[in-house]
Each structure stands twice: as C-alpha cells, then as structure tokens.
Design a protein around this ligand. Sequence first.
Ligand code: IPM
Ligand code: MG
Length: 371
Amino acid sequence: MDKRIAVLAGDGIGPEVVKQAIKVLDAIGHRFSHNFTYDVALVGAAAIDETGNPLPDETIEACKLSDGVLFGAIGDPKYDNDPSAKVRPEQGLLKLRKSLGLFANIRPVHLYYSLIERSPLKEDRIIGTDLVVYRELTGGIYFGEKGRMNNGNTAYDHCEYSTEEITRVAHLAFEAALLRRKKLTLVDKANVLETSRLWRETVQKLAQNYPLVEVEYLFVDNAAMQLIQRPNEFDVILTENMFGDIISDETSVITGSIGLLPSASVGANTALFEPIHGSYPEGAGKDIANPVATILSAAMMLDHFEMHEEAKLIRTTVKKVIDKGLVTPDLNPESFIACSKVGDVISLLIESDLEDENAFDNLFEGNLPLI
Ligand code: IPM
Ligand code: MG
C-alpha cells in the first residue's frame, strides 16, 4: 500500500523522537512492502522562528493532503514565561486540531509488567492497568471566547459545549468500550458546571443505546483520586478537553514514564498521531528522550490505515525491547541506551523477521553493535 504521511516534528525533542518513529515505519515498509512517503512541514516555535506563524498555511495543506499526520512535540521555554507573547507555539497545535476537525483524542494507557518498579505507585494497586482516555479535543474552555476586561485586570475563558460535540466523541468512546471490557467512566464536574450537566445528560441518553456498557459517573476531583487508588478498575474514560488533558498526564505516571504514552486524534478529516508528552526542552539534542510514545503513535497510525498486523508487530517488538531493559534514562537512569539506539533496535528487529525467541536472544547476546 502507498501512504503519504505528513511529518510535523515541532520543537524540543520532537525531531529526535519522530526520527525514530520514521525508522520504524520504514522497517515496516520493507517487511510488508508498503511505500510510505513523508512530507515534512513546520509547526510550533520552529515555525514561528522561520515564518512568524506557528502553523503556516502550507503545513495545514500538507496535512490535509496526507493519509495521516505524525506529530512530535510543541513548546519552547522562551514563550512559557512571557504571558504577554501574542504568538505562541501551542496555538499551532490547537489550530491544527481545529482545522483538521480532530474532535476525539484517544490516549491508551498500558502498563508493562517489566516496568512495574518504575511506577511511583504500589504494584498491587496498578497491576493489570489497561485503560484508554477519550478526550474531547476541539471544544470547551480551550476554544471558547477568551479575553481581558477592566484595563486588563480581569480575564475570562469561556467554556461551551453543544450536544453534538459531546455526542460524537461519546459515541466513539462507547464503541471502544464495546470492544474492550465494556465499562465507561464519564469524568465531569456536574455538581458545579452547566457544561458538565449537559455532558452527563447527553451521555445518559446515549447510554440507552449501549445496554451492554456499564456507565460510571465521576466528578473530576474524585476521578483524580480514584485513578491513583485503583487505576486497574478503569476501562474507557470519557471526558471534556481540559479535564482530559490533566487526567491523561496523571495516568501516564502510573506506567512509569510519560515517554511511553501514544495518542491518536481523529475526526472529520486526516487523523493525527502524537506522543502525549511535551517538548522536554532540557533534553533536546542530547539523544536521551524516550521515543517509545512516538513509535507507538506510529503504530496507532497503522491501525488507522487498517494495517493491524503491522501495528501489532510494532507493539510486540516495543514490549520485547522494554522487557530486555533496552530503555532510555527516564525508565532506568542506571542502565540505559540512547533514543536513537532504541529506534535502531526496534527497527532492526522488525526487519529481521525473527520468528522464534532464540533468534531474538541471539541477536542481543552475540551481536550488539548497535548498543
Ligand atoms: C497535550 C498538550 C497540549 C494540550 C498543549 C501543548 C497545547 O498538553 O496535547 O496534552 O493542552 O492539549
Ligand atoms: Mg497535555
């Protein structure tokens, strides 16, 4: 199959982790005779530096013409502590989500048993954690009217949701629950917010069409607590834009590193795939970032292309490499390999068609030129 992929590496460690995901996609291409072509485009601080615009029109065009977008990371400290900056890197990502109509952000959280020690939480609390967050991505407080009044001394951000915006993402979340453990948790703040009451009302109605799915309703403050106390009891978490942003970072801690968590953003047009982590500017250019989240995001892209066998091969290879302890410093500061080496090992294993475990072990014992 031929697929055209828009590559938006962005800022900080973005280019390094995206490079590893491309190595892995190329390995899949060789092994399964697919032809992936990459259309590189600017976004974020990198785009501001070159064009003054965090999302140049050519970038939107490249994304629309592609079959899928592979995204790295966005953000640069030089804007973070300047609240008066009129142009910010993050605007590029938000505008891109809106332009591509990416209303659902899907963030799976999978715990690798071999990394259980890396989690700050106790094993008996987290064992078996396997959940997915469905975060609404193009509405709510992120996109409502915002501004200043009273000579700049009062600021506001409006939060608005329509039944239609809620229904379309909730529908995807229910469908996902049906294919999983058939449990859905709506996270809201319906005891305080009118938008949350509309979420609850809409989800209650929709739930009637999914009698097989058990629905649980949690206020976001309580959910934040329960996620740490009993993460393994969650299956699908459905929530609005800002709660989803916060809750998904929280869930990443359970797994031991935010560098492990991929995401897919889907909607009306081309879908976008990105790690959930940020641009980690302190790590940029040092070859120490964890590329696994981006590599797994590429796997989600392959699933989206209906290349399920290919996606599965990436996931099983990532697991093998993690189980072998071939990880970046975020996962083991005492014994680690470089970001680029993780990409090398995973792509080499994918290309080498290793069927049996012995061959896999031989590769690591006899032949470690890569590491
Ligand atoms: C995320 C990020 C973004 C968000 C930022 C970079 C705008 O935190 O994708 O989770 O808040 O959505
Ligand atoms: Mg976030």
